[in-house]
Write a protein that binds this ligand. Structure first.
Ligand SMILES: *Cc1c(COP(=O)(O)O)cnc(C)c1O
Length: 470
């Protein structure tokens, strides 16, 4: 399998070539040249596989430059009951009216990003060792992504993480989650500023190309193809648990922000997984819902981006969305280049015509939005009627899922985080606290490992320099 860019560069690259990279040289995102079709016999064979073996089979279709036995070992190391809490890894639980919740949040940081990031940690370690190289991951976080990256990379050879966060502005729980890591290759830098200051420092350091090259600076952002690929696996795993034969169809509802999760659903569907609808749910930041309803994609300014109670979906533009638009426009790289490379930069967005939008429906997409009041009502309802606590993001997914139920079609709602992470809103909804998961009880009391720094890219560079010296 080879990979090409969404903006027209057709230079074929192997999986290992793009694994450690971000954007393609032309500014586009990488996608495989085609999506392998899964026939009925293969679906039947995959149905009974344990999660790690299923992951291996699926990944093998997209990765042909890692020996099979190595890839299988990486999958087995990643998807264990020890790390993800159950032997099924992503168990389903029913929530009435044909709705099933697929638990993707039982990994170390209690959010679905672990599903992909844990694999990425093993892949990075493997590939860096094979090349005899090192990588220093520099990132900024206000919570979720940073902790998932740190938990994936902790103790991995050849990788260091330098994670900037706004000093004193993360929740005590998130801070404890990150700062309690004692691994020598994890560096927490608390910046005396806000999240945007942290991001600006990352940009400033990355724009110093000489420094970037000398210190082998990289990232683990959500546009990484390997992350997306790892997420395709749980669509298959959810489907198999919800159905008896491959003539059955299901729908998925996905709480969305950067369009990574639901894009993996799109890939699964393109491979022939019998998915009827992909239900995209947004919160008040409804850039994507607006697009699917109107054909207009309008990037928001940060002043127009709401701070909501489902904060991991508070995005102003969706970084993975370009991949979907590439498929929507029949893979016309020149058109994608003019939309994402020019129109967004010049006009802040674009509008697709009815004929260009037509395939969206045949790709199964529908959408909706959910507000704080919806979130509270949905959390309360799930608790009162089904005795189950769901987190705020999952509540957005469930709210919109219920608007698209069809008789005889199971609706799988992806659970993207555990309620324990969002105790304040849970309390507001049902008047009690979610139970903290056993593995993380008491982490607030563990010793913390972090340094505090002013908003100063020079000092961050100095710190990196000191800690990457060999
Ligand atoms: C990242 C995240 C999302 C959004 O996922 P995308 O892949 O960015 O669409 C939703 N919920 C939670 C809890 C997340 O951490």
């Amino acid at each position: 399998m080879k990979y090409i860019s969404t903006r027209g560069d057709k230079t074929p690259r192997g999986f290992s070539d793009i694994l450690l990279e971000g954007l393609a040289p032309d500014g586009g995102l990488y996608l495989p040249t085609h999506y392998p079709r899964i026939d009925d016999a293969t679906l039947q064979r995959w149905r009974t596989l344990p999660y790690a073996e299923l992951a291996f089979e699926l990944l093998s279709l997209y990765i042909d430059d890692i020996p099979s036995e190595d890839l299988r070992a990486l999958c087995r190391k990643t998807y264990t009951a020890e790390v993800f809490g159950t032997p099924q890894i992503v168990p389903l639980r029913p929530l009435g009216e044909g709705v099933l919740i697929e638990a993707l949040s039982n990994g170390p940081t209690l959010a679905f990003k672990d599903m992909a990031m844990q694999l990425l940690g093993h892949l990075f370690e493997y590939e860096l060792a094979r090349r005899g190289e090192e990588l220093n991951i520099l990132g900024a976080t206000s919570g979720d992504t940073g902790s998932a990256a740190e938990y994936a990379m902790r103790g991995k050879k050849g990788v260091r993480v330098f994670m900037l966060s706004p000093h004193g502005r993360m929740s005590p729980f998130q801070q404890a989650q990150m700062f309690s890591l004692q691994d020598a290759n994890i560096h927490n830098i608390a910046v005396e500023g806000v999240f945007d200051d942290c991001q600006d420092i990352v940009k400033a350091v990355s724009n110093d190309l000489e420094f970037k090259r000398r210190h082998k600076i990289g990232t683990v952002n959500s546009i990484n193809w390997a992350r997306l690929l790892a997420q395709v696996v749980y669509y298959f795993a959810g489907y198999f648990q919800a159905t008896k034969t491959s003539t059955d169809v299901v729908s998925f509802a996905v709480p969305s922000g950067n369009f990574g999760n639901i894009c993996a659903g799109h890939v699964a569907r393109m491979m022939g997984l019998p998915i009827r609808r992909l239900v995209l749910a947004t919160n008040e930041n409804d850039v994507l819902d607006e697009f699917f309803r109107t054909g207009t994609y309008r990037v928001r300014r940060s002043s127009e981006t709401h701070e909501t109670s489902s904060p991991s979906m508070d995005i102003s533009k969706a970084s993975n969305f370009e991949r979907f638009v590439f498929d929507l426009l029949a893979r016309d790289g020149a058109r994608v280049q003019s939309l994402f490379g020019q129109e967004i930069a010049q006009k802040g967005g674009f509008t697709l015509g009815a004929s260009e939008m037509a395939p969206a429906a045949s790709f199964g997409f529908v959408s909706g939005r959910s507000t704080h009041a919806d979130r509270l009502a949905t959390i309360r309802d799930a608790f009162q009627r089904f005795d189950t606590m769901i987190d705020t993001h999952t509540a957005d997914g469930l709210k919109v899922a219920r608007e698209h139920l069809e008789p005889g079609v199971p609706m799988i709602v992806l659970e993207t985080a555990l309620p324990a992470k969002f105790a304040e809103t849970i309390r507001e909804a049902i008047g009690r606290d979610p139970a903290p998961p056993a593995a993380l009880q008491g982490i607030e009391k563990l010793p913390k490992r972090f340094v505090v720094m002013p908003v100063d890219a020079g000092q961050v560079k100095g710190y990196i320099e000191k800690h990457t010296a060999v």
